[in-house]
Design a protein around this ligand. Structure first.
Ligand code: PEP
Ligand code: MN
Length: 343
């Protein structure tokens, strides 16, 4: 929909606008109102270059797009009935919980094995464990490929599918070859289009699932959904959207909690929303409330950091990991709330 700055286009302007859209196989339909005339673009209006050229005309106020820029992830797309299943659990049919350590300590694998057993016992559906870690400080522990073996051994021992973050193409290959079920794209890389494409290509022929975190730099929700579209465009649309807090604005929370975007995402996309309350609030004492808030907002799942002995953990675990006892209680309450929402 083209909205001119003036109440209507002059005949010369209309000719110019018609010329642009015709180049892209579209037509103009005038909608004449009492006060102003607007101009509908008839045809596929998703062509970015066409919109840019129209927006570049100095007599155009703005272009409102009716069609979604994300063809596959849109709620109105043919994929709207697509369901994602991980380890036998279908997202949307029960609350899907991923839990586990922020970072696997390769020197003390038993902490992760014990954490994995506690995660299983808590009723979670999948196990998380960071092998490679994006760290703000270049001198902090960056992860270790040895932890991949520990992650897969924990998966075998518990029977739980596993999630780990990948930051470069080499990680993708290693993780997929090892049998990782869910590739996580972290908040720092959610706008890294080369990585999104690489993940999309790598999983195209598999049933691997991606947990796509929301970048703290993302603005409109369409930016988040479009990042998922980058992956889905290669053929595997198994992408779960993970709000995890955005730019910090509150003293006390690590990031600005954003679980409240869940219903807004669900209006636009069929993709399941799996909220990460741990990175959002960043402190173990606040995590249970944030987890329940996410479920109250309609989240399909939760991704929670937990550790059998948080003070002995590395990465984020000493600050934000739940103990097994708190994890168990949080999951039980979250599942109750999930059922209440469906009454
Ligand atoms: C993590 O999951 O441990 C992590 C680093 O997450 P984020 O990318 O959301 O910061
Ligand atoms: Mn973490």
């Amino acid at each position: 929909m083209i909205l001119p700055k003036a109440t209507r286009l002059t005949p010369e302007q209309l000719t110019e606008v018609t010329g642009v859209v015709t180049e892209f196989g579209c037509k103009i339909q005038q909608i004449v109102g009492a006060v102003r005339t607007i101009y509908a673009i008839v045809g596929d209006e998703r062509e970015e270059l066409m919109i840019n050229r129209l927006e570049g005309l100095d007599y155009i106020d703005r272009i409102d797009r009716i069609q979604s820029p994300f063809k596959l992830m849109d709620k109105r797309s043919d994929l709207a009935s697509h369901r994602i299943t991980i380890g036998g659990v279908t997202l949307g049919e029960e609350l899907f919980v991923i839990a586990g350590a922020c970072t696997i300590d390769p020197k003390n694998p038993n902490y992760f094995y014990e954490t994995a057993a506690a995660v299983k016992e808590s009723g979670a559906n999948a196990l998380r464990g960071g092998v490679w870690k994006p760290r703000t400080n270049p001198y902090s522990f960056q992860g270790d490929v040895k932890s991949l073996d520990i992650l897969m051994e924990a998966s075998r021992r518990t029977g739980l599918p596993v999630d780990t973050e990948v930051m470069e193409e080499a990680h993708i290959t290693l993780a997929l070859d090892a049998g990782v079920h869910t590739l996580q794209i972290g908040a720092r890389n959610a706008l890294n289009y080369s990585l999104l494409r690489a993940v999309g290509k790598a999983i195209a022929e598999r049933d691997t699932v991606v947990l796509l975190k929301r970048s703290i730099h993302m603005g409109p929700l369409s930016e988040f959904i479009s990042a998922a579209e980058y992956i889905a465009a290669f053929g595997n649309p198994n992408v779960m959207l993970c709000p995890r807090g955005t730019t910090p604005t509150l003293d006390g929370y690590r990031n600005h909690p954003d679980e409240s975007i869940t219903p807004l995402l669900k209006e636009k996309t069929w993709a399941p929303v799996v909220v990460d309350p741990s990175h959002s609030v960043g402190k173990a004492t606040y995590v249970p409330a944030a987890a329940l808030a996410a479920v109250a907002y309609g989240a399909d799942g939760l991704c929670i950091e937990a550790h059998v002995e948080p003070t002995k953990g590395i990465g984020d675990d000493p600050k934000q990991a739940l103990t097994p006892e708190v994890l168990r209680k949080t999951i039980a309450q979250a599942r109750q709330l999930w059922s209440i929402r469906r009454e």
